[in-house]
Design a protein around this ligand. Sequence first.
Ligand code: ASP
Ligand code: MG
Length: 254
Amino acid sequence: MALIVQKYGGSSVADTDSIKRVAKRVVETEKKGNKVAVVVSAMGDTTDDLIDQALSIDSNPSEREMDMLMTAGERISMSLLAMAIHAEGSRAHSFTGQQAGFFTDTRYGAAHIKAVRPDRVKNALSLGDIAIVAGFQGINAKGDATTLGRGGSDTSAVALAVALGADICEIYTDVDGIFTADPRIVPSARRIPSIGYEAILEMASCGSKVLALRCVEYAQRFNMPLHVRSSFSRRPGTLVVPDGIDPRTLPNLD
Ligand code: ASP
Ligand code: MG
């Protein structure tokens, strides 16, 4: 049995049908005998829409209120996903960043994670529940909601995987992994089956946007293997592995 963290990005949970599809995949992973914690992003363009709404009211909104607003996006997807998992007949419990123990510094809109103490998540997993965690958010020393910067759910997922001692962190997106170029633009782009952290960091600094830079740095620091794959297909993705680890030994590759 493996402990797996799965992160689903905004395009994977864009509408309620997509959330139902994701629920099936999560339950399938659980039914194979794994413990599963899920990190979700906001549905589709929700975060952009929330920002537009704020700016239509105040061109210079308070940073504290902006973070309060933006954390709402991930709360919608986490609770809907928990419901969709219940509808599949499995048990799930959702947690905000605060409830999941994500402590950050006070930089609203670009907070850094200082500690992750996921006691409630661990407890849910030990009771046999699937734990769902809102990505991209935490709480600062003042007790206010903070966000980690755009695309921050990847970092939430890796940080949770590290704090739980997970065997792998799977990042589900809308492409089949990491390619030599953007496959939506360059048809001849090839999927990279497995790669090391340094090489990914180089690609990210050259503008490749599949993974947030900070998430890869975090994974590298703690040697957390990543599997970047599509939630829309069953094709293999890209494994990002520490030196000396045989990618074939990682769990849930099919
Ligand atoms: N929802 C946030 C954003 O759109 C965080 C994320 O998707 O990772 O930036
Ligand atoms: Mg998003």
